[in-house]
Design a protein around this ligand. Structure first.
Ligand code: ATP
Length: 318
């Protein structure tokens, strides 16, 4: 049986601006997404019958049709029925390292890995943009997860404009295991409290999205100026998540007070908080300082760094 093993990296948001409400219930966003070394490992293996099966080592992740990796495989089966008949179904095994419901796009990264893996298993030869287009039907973050790196994402997050790769920046991540923030709740609350009531003119929107290319953090990225990037981190969703989740707010303050931290922010809709740090040594020291301040076992801490790629194949068999 043929199989591929792929690395599926998480992302953080260096920048998240909610530009306006949309009539379809989504929001027009301007984001800068960054792939990080914290990643899941996904194995896709062909099956002799035409079924899709998902295994996952994480108790909170469903293995039924609601799993995003399952949905990615089901989409490929619908799109390419002849390939399904020729090559058979697929067994997907997810080795989870990315915290779940954390604002790190773990599920989206898994879905992107399955698209890339099945493309290989079934010899489809799809291009990156074809894979991204398929990904967009599964979720707003899936297209970014295919190729990853450092990217400006507009629309609902699916319109991608790559930026030059950053030199490695070390990152400390903190998340309370038992704390989950619903992405839908965060956006809904933002809409209720700060939503715009004006009717959207799509031409203006395109201009507004284009203007993202000149926001200060983009200039800092183009200059590969880590200190400046760290100073210009931004996330509109902090306005609703921090007041509602004091633990997240405390983590933010704790990170900001640590020596060696260049900047700190919540990722996506949270509750993960990250800090950009100058070196790996400092990142390890910051992790120890946070652990000493919060001895609670419920708090997960990770040291990782920026990476320049999304889904990567690490091995193949058969
Ligand atoms: P985003 O940053 O894109 O909002 P997230 O990091 O907040 O995503 P995920 O880890 O993708 O959130 O999980 C969100 C929900 O999706 C969880 O409640 C989980 O049960 C479900 N889920 C479905 N498939 C997966 C998967 N493959 N990995 C993780 N969670 C999954």
């Amino acid at each position: 049986m043929r199989s591929y093993t792929l690395i599926s990296p998480a992302k953080i948001n260096l920048y998240l601006e909610i530009i306006s409400d949309r009539s379809d219930g989504y929001h027009e966003l301007a984001m800068i997404l960054q792939s990080i070394g914290l990643a899941d490992e996904i194995n896709v293996q062909s099956l002799s019958n035409q079924t899709i099966r998902v295994n996952c080592n994480h108790p909170q992740v469903p293995t039924d049709k609601s799993n995003l990796a399952y949905r990615a495989a089901a989409l490929m089966a619908t799109q390419f029925p002849q390939a399904l008949a020729q090559y058979g179904g697929v067994e997907i095994t997810i080795n989870k390292h990315i915290p779940v419901a954390a604002g790190l796009a773990g599920g989206s990264a898994n879905a992107a890995a399955v698209l890339v893996g099945i493309d290989l298993l079934w010899n489809l030869g799809l291009t990156k943009s074809e894979l991204e287009e398929l990904g967009a039907t599964l979720g707003s973050d899936v297209p970014f997860c295919v190729a990853g790196g450092t990217v400006i994402a507009t629309g609902r997050g699916e319109k991608l404009s790559p930026l030059p790769s950053l030199d490695t920046i070390y990152i400390v991540l903190a998340k309370y295991r038992s704390l989950e923030v619903s992405t839908a709740w965060a956006y809904k609350t933002y809409r209720q409290e700060f939503g715009s009531s004006y009717v959207i003119d799509t031409e203006n929107l395109a201009a507004r999205a284009a203007a993202v290319h000149s926001v200060p953090i983009v200039k800092a990225i183009l200059n590969k100026d880590t200190r400046e990037i760290a100073q210009k981190l931004h996330n509109d969703l902090e306005r609703v998540v921090l007041p509602a989740y004091p633990q997240v707010s405390q983590l933010r303050e704790l990170f900001a007070a640590q020596e060696g931290v260049l900047g700190t922010m919540m990722s996506g809709s949270g509750p993960t908080v990250f800090a950009l740090v100058e070196s790996e040594k400092q990142a390890q020291a910051v992790k120890l300082q946070i652990r000493a301040a919060v001895p609670d076992e419920d708090l997960e801490l990770f040291v990782t760094h920026t990476v320049i790629n999304g889904i990567q194949v690490t091995s193949s068999m058969g």
